[in-house]
Design a protein around this ligand. Structure first.
Ligand code: ZN
Length: 279
């Protein structure tokens, strides 16, 4: 079995690569990519939650207890909680995972049980998708994939470590095939794990359906309301036409065309009479 440090080292390396990949491939901000990489790193020790003693379970539970309230912060924010209320809501979550989960796991799990299985790997990713509520569907899906990837790195390492190589050749240890598996020998554990996975799958499907519905409803909600007329409507003034004097209204006309026509006979006499009239 690969040790705690091997698991965390490999999953951290995978996480770093994954963070770089989502940043360059999907254009996620560095901070979000780093969170996805960090989740992948932590997920690399999650399957050993079922080991009853020692560093793996203790460290894993400690990490999980710290990370889950952080992932829930955005969801709390959506409920309209203040910062103090968010901290208060995070405390019981932390206490439950830190002190309650360990006891429960000790009671109900056996090492290399269904925690080391493909459905558990899928369940971890889907749970992360459901818990982390910040960012769009793509960001949440990428975080979920990060966790499943870290989880998978653990299972693969455990399988690799089950091959014993020595001078006379290689042989499979009895632990071979107990990490990358679909079912265990315990029917109740199988039913529990598969049941939870199917439930989570339905929840993920529902979330996607809701998101689609919201996307459909968005165009109707973004109708621009008619502008409310202000109390004193401003009258837009028509521009006053300006006339530019034309130097020569009849360019190229013959000189006699421009001649002032002579006054008709008697017109000048009438003008004179009018001007001289006493008033
Ligand atoms: Zn393991």
């Amino acid at each position: 079995m690969a040790g705690f440090h091997t698991h965390i080292t490999v999953s951290s390396a995978v996480g770093a690569g994954y963070a770089w990949w989502v940043h360059t491939q999907f254009g996620l901000p560095w901070s979000t990519s780093a969170v996805a990489g960090g989740l992948c790193s932590i997920a690399g020790i999650l399957p050993d939650l079922d080991s009853d003693s020692g560093i793996p379970a203790r460290e894993t539970i400690g990490f999980t207890a710290a990370v889950v309230p952080l992932l829930l912060m955005h969801r709390f924010q959506k409920y309209g909680l203040t910062l103090e209320q968010m901290l208060l809501a995070g405390v019981p979550v932390y206490i439950f995972i830190r002190f309650g989960l360990g006891t429960l796991l000790k009671e109900f799990t056996i090492h290399r049980g269904m925690f080391h299985s493909i459905p558990a790997m899928l369940l971890s990713g889907m749970t992360t998708f459901l818990i982390s509520d910040s960012g769009g569907l793509q960001t949440r899906a990428l975080k979920g994939i990060a966790v499943s990837l870290g989880y998978l790195s653990h299972l693969v390492l455990d399988e690799i470590w089950s091959v014993e190589v020595n001078l006379t050749g290689s042989r499979l240890k009895s632990s071979s095939g107990t990490a990358l598996k679909f079912f265990s020998k315990n029917a109740a554990a199988n039913a529990m794990c598969w049941g939870l996975m199917i439930l989570a799958a339905f929840a993920v499907y529902e979330e996607n359906g809701l998101a689609d519905l919201q996307a459909e409803a968005t165009p109707t909600s973004t109708i621009v309301p008619a502008p409310i007329p202000s109390p004193r409507p401003t009258i837009t003034q028509q521009p006053v036409p300006t006339f530019t004097p034309i130097d020569d209204p009849f360019p190229g006309a013959p000189p006699d065309f421009r001649a002032v026509p002579p006054l008709r006979s008697g017109t000048q006499a009438r003008i004179n009479r009018y001007e001289n009239e006493p008033r």
